[in-house]
Design a protein around this ligand. Structure first.
Ligand code: SF4
Length: 472
């Protein structure tokens, strides 16, 4: 039996045809879940276009919510050729009925428990329409991802996951909507995934990218993991929360175990916005000291920022580029607030009749898919572009790159990443390769409400919205 797993991707920048920086984990992890008698291949659109001429028994498509329309195109083309298609991930879990218009089957929830059943049914020609995981997997005994299938084109191709979920409850976050709470993998199994990898060059062998939502959410676990990583002499990067800076032992162990950079959801410089969005762990007054602490340990800070909160005004968001410099954020990422389906934020904006479109391709952090409070949609779009250009101007990029020097010489790796990241975005800016703000899809006003079905995962009542498309 032959199965092709497709990781869907679409460019978010003008002229960017590939994204070779980091391989994602999901397709290679799904491949590892398949029995050994299945011949599996992976096609990652970040580096290679889909081949519609392949002869396989099943195409499995995994995609982000914003890639849903593109995933549908892919599914439809395989469908026309008579190849069965199964879809999974956040979108399929929240809107299975919509996905089933394009796929033969969908996986709702996590794949671990239901994938063996999918394969058995496929072997017997009796694929069901819906495979629903009814509990959260304990994450024990997971296989090593199929690293051997990762395209060699990636610069960094060693993704690892140690934890899944997050204990916080930010109202815009789809992670906590689908995977409530935090689960951790056995540390020995994480170390196994780190050590059993063979890259093709020094950097690939050296650098591990954790695909966790918040690697240090369980601090005791994180410390133990970092202790076990000490002898491995790796470099690593991860997304994690800013409260890490308060725990000096955690900072020391992270740095010693090879932490090069952290991606932190700073989100806003307005405490009111943070409060209203449920990001209580972020204290604006602590930002500067927290970032300074990361720098003292030689760790480079990537900061995610969001505009479009109800408290934002054109004047307040215009100050963002200067505040970034003052705080010492090493590389900023700017997003437009995006109310993903299934989140508290979506429900609120939907109740307030402010959701503007059901075109999921626009739910990509680059489009105002809701009516902002203190500015128009066009103003939010143009502000994003102006702020992005200023953030990545020559003076700001150089200012960030050579600020907070010298890192300890032993932390040269952190400086290297900071230099490369700032240089990359500066060159994009100078070449006019801007983010594709406000350009995907067409506006489609949504005026009706969604319905709610209730289902249970791991004893927790969760709400799965269905019939949304019909309602629209
Ligand atoms: S801290 Fe990050 S992962 Fe956790 S709930 Fe908030 S946005 Fe989601």
């Amino acid at each position: 039996m032959n199965i092709e797993i497709i990781g869907v991707w679409e460019s978010q920048y003008e002229g960017l045809k590939k994204n070779r920086v980091t391989a994602t984990l999901t397709p290679y992890y799904l491949a590892a879940l398949l029995p050994s008698d299945v011949n599996v291949t992976v096609r990652d659109e970040q580096v290679r276009p889909v081949d519609y001429n392949i002869d396989v028994d099943l195409v499995a498509i995994t995609f982000l919510i914003s890639n849903a329309p593109h995933a549908y195109e892919i599914a439809d083309r395989f469908h026309k050729r008579g190849t069965p298609v199964i879809m999974g991930g956040f979108h399929a879990s929240f809107l299975p009925e919509e996905d089933l218009e394009h796929a033969d089957a969908v996986v709702i929830g996590e794949a671990e428990d239901v994938f063996p059943e999918v394969i058995e049914d496929l072997k017997h020609g009796s694929l069901k329409r819906i495979y629903k995981s009814t509990k959260l997997h304990p994450l024990k005994g997971l296989p090593v991802p199929r690293y051997d299938l990762i395209e060699k084109d990636f610069i960094l191709n060693h993704p690892v996951q140690a934890t899944r979920g997050c204990p916080f409850k930010c109202k815009f976050c789809s992670v906590v909507s689908l995977y409530p709470g935090l689960r951790v993998r056995p540390i020995d199994e994480v170390i196994r995934d780190i050590t059993c990898f063979e890259g093709r060059n020094y950097l690939q062998n050296k650098m591990v990218v954790f695909m966790d939502n918040n690697l240090i959410a369980n601090k005791r676990y994180a410390k133990e993991l970092f202790r076990k990583m000490l002898p491995l002499k790796k470099w690593w990067a991860s997304q994690l929360s800013i409260d890490m800076a308060k725990d000096k032992e955690l900072m020391r162990l992270a740095a010693k175990s090879g932490c090069v950079s952290v991606y932190i959801g700073i989100e806003s410089f307005s405490q009111e916005s943070l409060k209203n969005i449920g990001k209580h762990q972020n204290k604006v007054s602590d930002y500067k000291n927290a970032i300074k602490t990361f720098h003292e340990y030689g760790i480079y800070v990537q900061g995610s920022l969001i505009i479009g909160f109800d408290e934002d005004t054109l004047e307040s968001i215009s100050k963002i580029p200067n505040i970034i410099q003052e705080l010492g954020i090493d590389i900023p990422y700017l997003h437009i607030l995006t109310p993903f389906y299934g989140t508290e934020l979506f429900d609120r904006l939907n109740r307030e009749k402010r959701i503007l479109t059901k075109d999921w391709s626009r739910y990509n952090f680059l489009n105002a898919v809701f009516r902002p409070k203190n500015m128009s949609v066009d103003e939010l779009h143009s502000s994003h572009l102006e702020i992005w250009k200023e953030m990545h101007s020559v003076s700001k990029a150089f200012g960030r790159t050579f600020k907070n020097l010298p890192f300890p010489i032993s932390r040269f790796s952190s400086f290297l990443w900071k230099f490369l990241d700032n240089g990359y975005f500066l060159s994009q800016n100078l070449m006019g390769k801007y983010p594709l703000v406000g350009e995907s899809g067409k506006e489609n006003i949504c005026t009706t409400k969604s319905t709610e079905d209730v289902f249970t995962i791991g004893g927790l009542e969760k709400t799965l919205k269905s019939g949304f498309q019909k309602q629209l």
